[in-house]
Write a new protein. Structure first.
Length: 578
């Protein structure tokens, strides 16, 4: 493709092109690393933002994949330079990687803005890395393309297919019930995650990489390719080639990430049986792009878009490897055409509808037709009531049907350690009708809104065969989790939200079809309790946590920092001042 702008108009030319002392210094330091003018002169400089880490198993292959991306950049006439950024490993970061999503987003934005970069390739996949990379690149405003890490291969134990996360929860309950011995437990531990790549269930990682593709920020089909597949290497190289042309075309995120694009992402998320985390991240991404996406947009889509992806935890038999071989995300979106804005632009330079031409479903049980979904409505439902005036979310497609309308007494825990101890106490006064409540686990209370929302079933009940019960919290839960868990209660209890007022024994009424959640307590009693609430103790006194605690938004606002959002309707990204 012929360049649409002069090489002199490249952003990197500010650093390298002039005949002055400053540019002399920049060029001489490139030569210090063994590069010559033929490497950079008149060429787009492409930053490859690599979230590889020895602590991030999801991204273990990025050491090699970055070379595939570089190859593609060179092939297209660009100059690639790798820049490491924070890895936000889902498994190892405490108290939660969510605490550091915004840190990575800030780092991405500032790294791009501060360097001689014309375009960026974003390497991510582990849960919070996808939204963080996209949020930062959107705010930076240079052409960017996302390269998803890809799901790991399906797990295996004694001939049974294992799904990361989902089967860990499932078999842990069997272990607690005494149905699995130590030897079998060790075998499961060794077989549940048998390759690099992110979770191969429809957890947050697979949800968010699919959303990145649905928004238009990946090459078509990129999010479905398993991490160890040779096609993943080819996709990386193709992304490297494409970003060079995107620079010449000035195809920046603001041209792609329109309200229509985010509505497409919501539709796709619902049809995939997405993680509840999708709501928080999509709202944050949309607000960075200046689009007013709210909880109501998700609930509206949920009522009309069925779940078509028969992938755990909403489905039972299949994992992401099966989804890929069934046709992947393009095949799913092909079936969703009546719900999609097909004229939305993508990083490929094509409209979404053009990218879906020829998309084929190869297994109707993995990617169901519209007339035979695995769940007639979308994956998520937004509830409101006196317990959550600003909303909360449940994944009805992954919970026991009899719990979608339920009234029962609350059993309340003020913190995670006390809850964890109580559920292991076989003398705990609890029945299957109880509603477990965990508070002080939200954005500020957690801190960082940890994935504590799938409260364990009390051991006493597990031994009786109970495998689901109603649970409510202002925390999140892993996208690989399942069950009747009501999450993201807003405002959170730590800041005085109604969840702070509920007491053990209070009756709670939940009605998912009618989207309501209430504690059946007289208003005058709630007012009395509200007046007696103590002031919350500070979570941080210094550093990043101190800044986090003063600027973080609530769950219904996407949990972004207030000073990083873009005004609705305003162009995303700021021009560099350097």
């Amino acid at each position: 493709m012929k360049p649409r702008k002069s090489p002199d108009a490249l952003r990197s030319a500010r650093w390298f092109a002039d005949d002055d002392l400053r540019s002399f210094g920049h060029r001489s330091r490139l030569r210090q690393m063994g590069y010559a003018p033929e490497d950079w002169a008149g060429k787009p400089v492409i930053a490859i933002l690599n979230t590889w880490s020895d602590f991030n198993s999801c991204h273990a292959h990025f050491k090699d994949r970055v070379e595939d991306i570089k190859r593609g950049v060179f092939q297209a006439g660009g100059f690639p330079l790798e820049i490491p950024v924070h890895s936000v490993s889902e498994t190892f970061l405490k108290p939660t990687s969510m605490l550091y999503r915004n840190m990575l987003a800030m780092e991405v934005e500032e790294v791009i803005r501060a360097h001689p970069v014309d375009g960026a390739v974003l390497m991510g996949g582990c849960d919070k890395s996808t939204p963080a990379l996209l949020m930062g690149a959107t705010s930076a405003g240079v052409p960017a393309i996302y390269v998803p890490a890809g799901p790991m291969l399906r797990g295996n134990w004694n001939g049974k297919t294992l799904g990361s996360g989902s089967d860990a929860w499932k078999f842990w309950d069997e272990r607690r019930a005494g149905n699995i011995d130590q030897a079998a437990w060790n075998e499961i531990e060794g077989g549940i995650a048998r390759s690099y790549g992110h979770c191969m269930t429809m957890g947050t990682a697979s949800t968010m990489t699919a959303i990145a593709e649905a928004i238009g920020m990946t090459l078509p089909g990129a999010s479905s390719i398993p991490a160890p597949d040779a096609g993943h290497m080819r996709m990386c190289a193709a992304s490297g080639r494409r970003i060079v042309d995107m620079v010449w075309e000035d195809l920046v995120p603001a041209r792609i990430q329109t309200r229509a694009a985010f509505e497409n992402a919501i539709t796709v998320a619902m049809a995939m049986g997405c993680s509840t985390n999708a709501i928080i991240h999509l709202i944050a991404q949309a607000r960075r792009a200046g689009c007013d996406i709210t909880l109501d947009d998700f609930d509206r889509a949920s009522r009309i878009v069925p779940v078509l992806a028969n992938v755990r935890p909403s489905g039972e038999a299949y994992l992401m490897e099966d989804f890929y071989f069934a046709g992947g995300l393009p095949a799913l979106m092909g079936r969703l055409k009546p719900f999609l804005h097909l004229d939305a632009l993508t990083v490929s330079g094509l409209r979404l509808g053009e990218t879906l031409e020829g998309a084929t479903v190869y297994n109707d049980d993995v990617i169901r037709p519209l007339e035979n979904p695995i769940y007639a409505e979308g994956a998520l439902a937004v509830l409101r009531g006196n317990l959550a005036p600003d909303g909360c979310v449940i994944k009805p497609s992954a919970c026991a049907p009899h719990l979608r309308v339920h009234t029962g007494p609350a059993l309340v825990f003020d913190d995670y350690p006390s809850m964890k101890a109580a559920v292991e106490d076989e003398s705990l006064d609890v029945t299957p009708d109880h509603v477990l409540v965990l508070r002080n686990a939200g954005p500020l209370g957690g801190p960082g809104m940890p994935e504590w929302g799938m409260l364990p079933i009390p051991k006493k009940l597990v031994k009786e065969g109970v495998r689901d019960m109603l649970r409510i919290s202002d925390a999140r839960m892993s996208g690989t989790s399942y069950g009747a868990c009501i999450l993201h209660v807003a405002p959170e209890s730590y800041v005085g939200g109604p969840l702070a007022l509920i007491a053990t024994g209070d009756m709670v009424r939940v009605d998912v079809p009618n989207r309501s959640i209430d504690m059946l307590v007289p208003e005058e009693e709630l007012a009395r309790r509200r007046a007696a609430l103590p002031a919350p103790e500070p979570r941080f006194e210094r550093g990043y946590g101190w800044m986090f605690s003063r600027h973080i938004g609530q769950a219904n606002q996407g949990c972004d920092f207030d000073f990083l959002e873009t005004a609705f309707g305003a162009p995303a990204g700021e021009p560099a001042i350097y």
